[in-house]
Design a binder for this molecule. Structure first.
Ligand SMILES: [Zn+2]
Length: 118
């Protein structure tokens, strides 16, 4: 809880002090995320940036992308992370990285290196 509070303060601070180039990148990533959510009829899912031990994460009705990743990774990588989470949203978070998720992820063109159990 405490750690989360510190994270969110750090996040707000960073978001309020972006350079022009970083702002442009954030807009670009936001646009990409919303375009993908719309494409897969997931407009009920919120997209936001965060800090924590993840690159991307989905909890309930929200997909979070690590702010550092958003600012520093190639758009191709970011797109892959968002689509990974989109696949979770489509098949249901409950299925984790099982075969049903893997099939959907493949269908969306998601690539991953980690070997997930079926
Ligand atoms: Zn996942």
């Amino acid at each position: 809880m405490r750690r989360q509070k510190i994270c969110s303060q750090k996040l707000t601070e960073k978001l309020n002090n972006l350079t022009a180039a970083e702002k442009e990148r954030i807009d670009q990533v936001n646009e990409l995320a919303h375009q993908l959510l719309k494409q897969y009829n997931l407009e009920n899912i919120k997209f936001e940036f965060g800090y924590g031990r993840f690159d991307g994460i989905i909890t309930g009705d929200r997909i979070r992308l690590h702010l550092f990743v958003a600012l520093n990774s190639p758009i191709k990588v970011i797109r892959n992370i968002i689509l990974h989470e989109v696949a979770h949203a489509i098949v249901g978070i409950i299925h984790k990285h099982r075969e049903i998720w893997q099939n959907k992820a493949l269908e969306l063109g998601v690539t991953w290196e980690r070997r997930y159990h079926k």
